[in-house]
Design a protein around this ligand. Structure first.
Ligand code: NAP
Ligand code: G4F
Length: 344
């Protein structure tokens, strides 16, 4: 039986990827770091807790990483563990760098030193393009990172390429553009919008506080994107952009989500004074709050997935409107008292 170790299995992507690999017959090991309570909500939701082999792993601790890898000797290692929230990386740049860069180095160095033959997948990111130097972004577009998160990921990305070239390690990176789902963390803007709209629909007086509404992203669906990870690791080591090539602003995501929630959204004002009202109730539902602006932001991303389509046959299958429908339905159900979703 083939085996895979997923770091970051408790996160959005880790859970979906574990589900796919289990269905494909892999023995899946999931790296979990200690917390005061286990963060297994997503694995429980997908009903795969009993089918995963959880191991205690803190990626910043070399001996822990080395011992786990040499004990399990997985055929595949997916490195998804990260401090993944860009805004937080401005407050915690050292922690972000240790997890995202040193964590990756610990895994690669352990594979190199132990001589195990694991194939390696690195969760690289479109944030590395930062203030973009060409549009759409491809595997050839130079990086121009705009946050400690993006810098740490760019450094890890180059490390993966270096271990591939220098030591022949079968290591690949997927440069994934933003991907969302019902299991997305609530601090990211898409889930913040759909979950807080659901609270409002269910009677809360909350007014959603957002930052830059003009920011534009290329949003895909996480269950589609984890399929690309599995394709990448199982083919010749290389780097691939994974994206949809379609763009939507934060403002438009809010407008479409409000409509999907049954509201009639209308925007008034500009800049920091911009507000969104539900014309069905005349309630203020969203206002701009400068606390959610970043010291430096990435305001535009659009990926070209031509290489992975041509070489590995992957294309996105879910458009942003469908993603919004799915997330909205999930959050409306969760807040309307239907059986609760494991705290996700
Ligand atoms: P996520 O939901 O934030 O999950 C991150 C995972 O990393 C969690 O399981 C977390 O564990 C784990 N982790 C954090 N620090 C760790 C440490 N020190 N040791 C061990 N595990 C640790 O992220 P995601 O959205 O699934 O993204 C997966 C990966 O893809 C990340 O590397 C992210 O940077 C990258 N990425 C994501 C996107 C996207 O749009 N989602 C796009 C491009 C790249 P806890 O549950 O204990 O916190
Ligand atoms: O949803 P976000 O926090 O995602 P961001 O920063 O693009 O990062 C996500 O995608 C990356 C791939 O490109 C991943 F590597 C990373 O791990 C993560 O998954 O913010 C999206 C945009 C930003 O421009 C932000 O400034 O939305 C803008 N925004 C406006 N108001 C907001 C808010 N973002 C958040 N989180 N919260 C707001 O209130």
């Amino acid at each position: 039986m083939k085996s895979a170790l997923i770091t970051g299995i408790t996160g959005q992507d880790g859970a979906y990827l574990a589900n796919d690999l289990i269905n494909e017959g892999y023995k899946v090991y999931g790296a979990v770091r200690r917390g005061s309570t286990p963060k297994i909500g997503r694995l429980s939701f997908l009903n795969i807790i009993e089918k995963t082999n959880l191991v205690s792993l803190e990626v910043t601790e070399f001996s822990n990483v080395y011992n786990i890898l040499t004990e399990i000797k997985p055929d595949l290692v997916f490195n998804l563990a990260a401090q993944s929230f860009v805004q937080d990386s401005f407050k915690h740049p050292i922690l972000t760098t240790e997890i995202n860069y040193i964590g990756t180095l610990n895994l690669l160095e352990s594979i190199k030193l132990s001589g195990i033959k694991s194939k390696f997948y690195q969760a690289s990111t479109s944030e590395m393009y930062g203030e973009v130097l060409s549009d759409p972004q491809t595997e050839e577009t130079p990086f121009n990172p705009r946050s400690p998160y993006a810098v740490s990921k760019a450094a890890a990305h180059f490390l993966v390429a270096n271990f591939r070239e220098a030591y022949g390690i079968e290591a690949s990176s997927g440069i994934l553009f933003n991907h969302e789902s019902e299991l997305r963390g609530r601090e990211f803007v898409t889930r913040k919008i759909t979950s807080q709209l659901a609270e409002i629909i269910n009677g809360s007086d909350r007014v959603i506080q957002l930052g830059n509404l003009n920011s534009v992203r290329d949003w895909g669906y996480a269950p589609d994107f984890v399929k690309a990870m599995a394709l990448i690791i199982n083919n010749k080591p290389n780097d691939y952009v994974v994206a949809t090539n379609k763009i939507t602003s934060v403002r438009e995501f809010l407008r479409l989500s409000a409509i999907a929630s049954g509201m009639r959204p209308e925007f008034e004002g500009e800049g920091l004074n911009e507000k969104c009202f539900d014309k069905n109730t005349n309630k203020l539902i969203c206002e701009v709050n400068k606390d959610y602006y970043r010291p430096s932001d990435v305001v535009f991303l659009r990926g070209d997935y031509g290489k992975i389509k041509k070489e590995l046959g992957w294309s996105p299958s879910t458009d942003v409107e469908t993603i919004i429908e799915k997330m909205t339905k999930y959050d409306l159900d969760a807040f309307s008292g239907k059986p609760r979703n494991f705290g996700i």
